[in-house]
Design a protein. Structure first.
Lengths: 302, 243
């Protein structure tokens, strides 16, 4: 049984389609939900959390529908994206209230533990209205962690956090993954998702564009040109040879070496050793420049 | 069907230290009958005032007609609508608590404050007129009216955004105008049933409906509105702002 099962889910508002016929299943681990603004990330997360109902299709969490199934929230933590909190409360009061609503027996210690987790212990007695954006963000995250949920749905949890806090949140998410939790985290900051996610769901204009391990996705994109940096002993000579033998579609000499654009990975990597021997050029290093999330994102949403 | 946490949250949202100005305004509103009673006494020299008649006039013409519905409207319209608009409702509906429990607990928190203010308003006015004979009648009919208005406006707040405007339109256009000239429309008026309960308890024999029918109608309005509000909240989606 998958932790999350989404089958043929669509969501529309009148004539506007926010999410269109999306299907996937997720197992424990950190999954990055990626997409440009307006792609449908928040709509999808809200449907998973039961804040919105699908117009079509079915969503199951732990094999159950979330619709009118309040008991399921014992297993789910949700960190919403809006910067909305009860400003008249202190951080500790807010977390104790959430602990009470989660039916936790020792609310105070659960609240203190969550505050410690997000490094807000010193500010626990301050009114939330006096919190900075990053502190508010961490307070929202803390309320989603209070009951040690099996599934965490985090909508832009890094928004508003400073670099130190971002690092801390990323480490926290990694720890949760190591503890066997399922964490679905939405973001448009690709390099941060890359640092914490095992796999990605990429959506654009409400449609699923890619799903899975992002290195595997990159490999599946063979045929689409991507760039490779070659650190070689004689860049001009080796570049001319690669062009002459038509194993690359473009060549540039940069201070770091030879940047080649390839369309057929098998052909390129198959010919590379032979050409190096033939030309007597020493190949010191091969770096795939497009094996990062940013490049994958650009390719897939084009 | 009741969450103490949500009840306490509701009380704090409406009457916390951050709402002092709002509470002061509500207290002034609830004090209006008492202030007018004082003015009547001192302006006309106390001997010339028929205490009983003046007390009934103020209850019918001010408390039942204006103070109770307005206090109920202001409190009931804010309690969930503000949470939906600011999206703090997410922290409630994403918890292992049924939405019916959320609705009922919030409404009860509202009603505690409404009832306190209505009791204060009636008792202080009755004290000024030294009208201890009618105070029980006023309290019964006033509190039934307060609960019915509270449930009705609470439901309205889940059905539409601008509930204050709609609430005042109901109060002025429907109850004040249509129900006073139409024989049929008055049966869809909370004030009509509450007024009937009051008149029956005061011993007025020229009432349209027996007290039991009027009281049952008010209770039916309360129960129906709360059931509908719970149903509406359970079906509600929370899209918030677009991405």
């Amino acid at each position: 049984m998958s932790v999350i099962s989404v089958k043929g889910v669509s969501k529309w508002y009148g004539q506007v389609v926010a999410v269109s016929d999306i299907s996937f299943e997720l197992e424990p681990g950190v999954i990055g939900l990626l997409g440009p603004n307006g792609a449908g990330k928040t709509t999808l997360l809200k449907m998973l959390g039961g804040l919105l109902w699908p117009s079509k299709g079915e969503i199951q969490l732990f094999g159950q529908s979330i619709q009118n199934n309040a008991a399921l929230y014992k297993k789910i933590g949700f960190c919403p994206e809006p910067d909305a909190l009860y400003d008249f409360m202190t951080g500790q009061e807010f977390l104790e209230l959430n602990a009470e609503l989660l039916h936790l027996t020792d609310r105070k210690s659960a609240a203190l533990k969550a505050l410690e987790f997000v490094d807000l212990t010193k500010q626990k007695d301050k009114k939330i209205s006096a919190y900075s954006r990053g502190m508010r963000q961490r307070t929202k995250l803390a309320q989603s962690l209070l009951h040690d949920p099996q599934l965490l749905l985090l909508d832009e949890p890094l928004k508003g956090a400073d670099p130190t806090q971002r690092r801390a949140i990323i480490e926290l998410v990694k720890k949760l993954s190591e503890a066997g939790k399922t964490v679905l985290v939405s973001s448009h900051v690709l390099y941060e998702v890359e640092r914490m996610a095992d796999s990605i769901i990429l959506i654009n204009r409400g449609r699923l564009v890619a799903l899975g391990d992002f290195h595997a996705i990159r490999e599946s994109m063979d045929g689409k040109p991507h760039k490779v940096l070659l650190n070689v002993s004689d860049p001009p000579k080796f570049g001319a040879l690669l062009t002459e033998r038509a194993v690359v579609s473009g060549v540039n000499v940069s201070p770091d070496g030879l940047v080649v654009e390839i369309s057929d990975s098998d052909k390129f990597y198959g010919h590379l050793p032979k050409l190096a021997v033939e030309s007597g050029v020493l190949v010191r290093k091969i770096v795939n420049l497009d094996d990062d999330l940013e490049s994958i994102f650009k390719y897939l949403v084009k | 069907m009741f969450s103490l946490g949500i009840f306490k949250l509701g009380l704090r949202q409406l009457a916390g230290e951050h709402r002092l100005f709002f509470l002061f305004f509500m207290l002034v509103l609830a004090s209006l009958p008492m202030l007018i009673a004082f003015i009547m006494l001192y302006a006309h020299e106390s001997r010339s005032v028929d205490f009983l008649e003046a007390s009934r006039g103020l209850f019918d013409g001010l408390i039942l007609l204006f103070v109770i519905p307005v206090i109920a409207l202001i409190f009931s319209s804010a309690i969930l609508r503000e949470e939906i608009q600011t999206q703090t409702i997410n922290y409630l509906v994403l918890k292992p608590i049924s939405r019916a429990t959320i609705a009922l607990s919030k409404w009860l928190a509202t009603m505690v404050l409404v009832v306190l203010l209505v009791v204060y308003s009636i008792v202080t006015m009755a004290l000024v007129f030294n009208d201890s004979a009618s105070v029980g009648t006023y309290l019964i009919s006033g509190l039934l009216a307060a609960l019915a208005y509270g449930a009705f406006y609470f439901l309205l707040s889940l059905l539409m955004d601008r509930v204050l405007i709609s609430g005042f339109i109901y109060l002025i256009a429907w109850e004040g105008l249509v129900a006073s000239i139409s024989q049929q429309a008055k049966y869809l008026s909370i004030r009509y049933y509450a007024g009937n309960v009051e008149q029956a308890l005061l011993g007025n024999l020229k009432i349209d409906l027996p007290i039991n029918t009027s009281a049952v109608m008010l209770i039916a309005i309360i129960v129906m509105c709360l059931l509908l509000a719970s149903w509406k909240l359970s079906k509600m989606e929370f899209p918030g702002s677009s991405e």
